[in-house]
Write a protein that binds this ligand. Structure first.
Ligand code: SAM
Length: 251
């Protein structure tokens, strides 16, 4: 294997994550469907449908990848039923990886979604936006790949307007006992095999399974949001804790 996944020094993590996502970009959407049996679509729909967003809002989706969340957000901030320009909001899709952004933009263009999107290559740890720029900031299946998560959470809060919401959708800790062995088998056996079979790349999917295990569980992430200065930080488990949605507000 060309990646030494275990015991990677922290400084190299950024580069490694870059290689992983450049390597999976072209197959990313297919793999999401295969790995989750399509359920990721339901999680993402729920995540966006219950976010604090209104027509006319300006929103940022971090680690936005191929644009699933951005496309759904656009329907909420710029609905087809908008009656004036004031009800037509915009979505900024930020991602550190140029290849993921390119796939995302091509996909949006193919689906006829062009206006109202902006693509910005950026690291979630150091955002290139002024304070108080957005009504809502989201990050879905992205935070666990960020090296300095505390910095990313602080940045999310900084670029929010007062009253704005930050939302994190991420794999979390499974809370249903009987499901744990099934989930482990899926993560460490099925997943790398699917990666090898369909993407010719077992290593990247092995990395993904491991990054899920290392990510802070529900209460720990909520405490990190408190520390980053968010008000009323809370979470909700979906599918028994396979994923969780964390929210925080800027007061
Ligand atoms: N949000 C999309 C979705 O739900 O389908 C993509 C999720 S994908 C698993 C993770 C994304 O995080 C990749 O596109 C990767 O390039 C991006 N990423 C990793 N580290 C990042 C960082 N430090 N800042 C911004 N994006 C990052």
């Amino acid at each position: 294997t060309h990646f030494g996944f275990r015991d990677v020094p922290l400084g190299d993590k950024q580069k490694l994550v870059g290689e992983v996502f450049s390597s999976v970009a072209g197959n990313y959407d297919l793999m999401n469907d295969l790995m989750s049996l399509g359920i990721h679509r339901v999680w993402k729909r729920y995540f966006v449908a219950t976010a604090q967003a209104r027509p006319g809002d300006r929103v940022l989706d971090l680690a936005g990848g191929t644009g699933d969340i951005a496309a759904l957000l656009k329907e909420r901030v710029a609905p087809r039923t908008a009656r004036s320009d004031r009800e037509v909001g915009s979505v900024v899709l930020g991602d550190i990886n140029g290849e993921m952004l390119r796939v995302g933009r091509d996909r949006m263009t193919d689906r006829g979604r062009v206006r109202g999107f902006q693509y910005v290559q950026c690291n979630a740890e150091t955002l290139p936006f002024p304070d108080a720029s957005f009504d809502l900031v989201t990050i879905a299946f992205g935070l666990r790949n960020v090296t300095d998560k505390d910095a990313a959470l602080r940045e999310m809060r900084r670029v929010l307007k007062v009253g704005g919401q930050a939302r994190v959708l991420e794999f979390s800790e499974v809370k249903v006992d009987w499901f744990k062995p099934v989930y482990d088998f899926h993560s460490f056996n099925v997943l790398p095999r699917l990666g090898k079979l369909f993407a010719g790349d077992a290593d990247s999917y092995q990395y993904l399974a491991e990054s899920i295990r290392k990510h802070p569980p529900q209460d720990e992430l909520r405490a990190m949001m408190d520390d980053a200065g968010f008000a009323r930080a809370r979470y909700r488990n979906l599918s028994g804790g396979i994923v969780a949605i964390h929210d925080g507000w800027k007061d």
